[in-house]
Design a protein around this ligand. Sequence first.
Ligand code: PLP
Length: 363
Amino acid sequence: MTSRPALFASRLPGVSLYATDETPCDLDLSDNTNLWGMPPVAASLAAARAVAASRYPTPYGGDLKIALASYLGVDASMVVTGCGSDDVLDSAIRALAGPDDVIAFPTPTFSMIPVFATVSGLALAPILLNDDYTIDVDALLATRARITYLCSPNNPTSTAIAYADVERIVAESYGVVILDEAYAEFSGVSHTALLARSERLVITRTMSKAFGLAGLRVGYGAASPVLAMEIEKARGPYKVNAVAERAAVAVLGGRLEDGESQIASPRSRADPWVDETVREAVEHRERLSAELRAREFAVAPSAANFLFVPDAGAVAVAAALRARSIAVRAFDALPVFGPALRITVGPWPMMERLLAALDEIRP
Ligand SMILES: *Cc1c(COP(=O)(O)O)cnc(C)c1O
């Protein structure tokens, strides 16, 4: 009898599932979503409008691509959508590299990158962030990696990469650069202009953060048409569901009715609700940073809708906040920064509640 390999020998022993604390709490400041809620136009669509749920949506989200291309100011052939930008990142890694190819990235960064890369068999080349939150450009370039991943503003540190550093990495990298701009709307900086200069750049974005649609799972990428096509091949069809596509197009300022789309102008404006909540998030980010610094917390200079606070007592502070029904994200041992808190910025009454709880915990 021939022996068969054991089914339970995991190919991914070092990978664990993404774990979140599901215990209900009054105030959830842990996941960097839009705490002002969802755009009213999306709420009314999601609640009231029937979609033809018995039919498949368009395979590659054509109307959504047109709306996103208009929002970004690029051609629709340069856009690829996905089930969240996680899906676009995963597809891009699978499409653009294979087993034993190297992926380089500053660390700490978005925790899913090592996971997607490991599942695809890539070799990881993490390069430590400098302790002033700048990246080590020379060390990243020296890896001659097949893929270099950059995240700006970076999760979890909230800090932006200097534009000149991104430019240099895009110009000089040996392989492809994936730039994750999940928080671009809060930073006031976009790198989409670099797409015209490099056929090796992929920029990913999401509707989960500024756009308030995390539950609908809509992400997208922009790249040269050749790369966008490769990523779309790896991604496969039907990844954005019909309800999500309809709501996303509406929030982007187009209309999708009975299979027809209308984009108001060649460069459409997103729903004013998005601009308004982004403006408030930025204002409250600065205000909350000042309040925390006044309490001697070492807040990183944030360009996102969350704050990063390295603190030796981070885990204990998060537990004490949880006991007061407030959730923040705690890290116990990040590279470079050690223990740290990550706190989502929201409407000011929520921030006041957080500050009051912190004053009880650390009088
Ligand atoms: C939240 C986040 C994403 C993914 O968001 P999706 O909901 O999958 O679109 C990607 N990158 C970073 C850095 C994030 O923080």
